[in-house]
Design a protein around this ligand. Structure first.
Ligand code: DGP
Ligand code: NA
Ligand code: NA
Length: 212
């Protein structure tokens, strides 16, 4: 007899720093669990593993010098370190809500310049492909007002504006993306995200995961 796949959905939230991704990810997981849907939060970069510790040092210490391609590959390796865990959870029926993914990898590296887009995407090829990507958009002035902005390496206006433009470009090229204006209240944003997420969970339950 054929085994029926009943997998969870891979949901990613992307956006510039301080756009509210982490809050929305957390709330989305809580909302799903309260409806008896198996769900788990994942966060990239995952600062708890070996590559994550190096990445954390790079982000918090502006004196830390590291070649642009080397750090690009480290961020990518940090996602690869989690691939078995992701597949196990997804095929075990758990929906994953992921705070940043490969698209951050592409956007932040592309914003630095000097690296070919195809080269940047290559490191992500083969990772599980999201069933849905939310892009939270927020103008720089609002993001910069939010608590903690400016503490880490990339949190400056020039970088964030470039990243924001590259995300918008990716949203046009990639499928499964939803662009959401993030200046609304936490609750109204959450309602929109939850609605789309529930649709996708139902739609992909019996589909194979695709790869980037
Ligand atoms: P977060 O903890 O999600 O706020 O991410 C920390 C910072 O690292 C943030 O400025 C975004 C950036 N970042 C996230 N993923 C990647 C990546 O894959 N590559 C690069 N270069 N930067 C990333
Ligand atoms: Na950040
Ligand atoms: Na993250």
């Amino acid at each position: 007899m054929m085994k029926t796949v009943q997998r969870g959905a891979l949901i990613v939230i992307e956006g510039v720093d301080r756009s509210g991704k982490s809050t929305q990810c957390k709330k989305l997981v809580e909302s799903l669990i309260s409806q008896n849907i198996k769900a788990q939060l994942m966060n990239f970069p995952d600062r708890s593993n070996l590559t994550g510790k190096l990445i954390n040092e790079y982000l918090i210490n502006s004196d830390c010098k590291l070649n642009d391609r080397a750090i690009h590959l480290l961020f990518s390796a940090n996602r690869w370190e989690n691939v078995e865990k992701m597949n196990t959870l997804l095929y075990g029926g758990t929906t994953l809500v992921v705070d940043r993914y490969s698209y951050s990898g592409i956007a932040f590296s592309a914003a630095k310049g000097g690296m070919d887009m195809n080269w940047l995407k290559q490191a992500e090829n083969g990772l599980p492909k999201p069933d849905l990507v939310f892009l939270l958009t927020l103008n720089h002035e609002e993001a910069a007002k939010r608590v903690g902005f400016g503490e880490e390496r990339y949190e400056n206006e020039a970088m964030q504006k470039k990243v924001s433009n590259i995300f918008s470009q990716l949203a046009k090229e990639e499928d499964n993306w939803r662009v959401i204006e993030a200046s609304d209240s936490i609750e109204s944003l959450q309602a929109i995200l939850l609605g789309h997420t529930l649709d996708v969970i139902a739609r992909v339950a019996k589909q194979e995961l695709k790869s980037l």
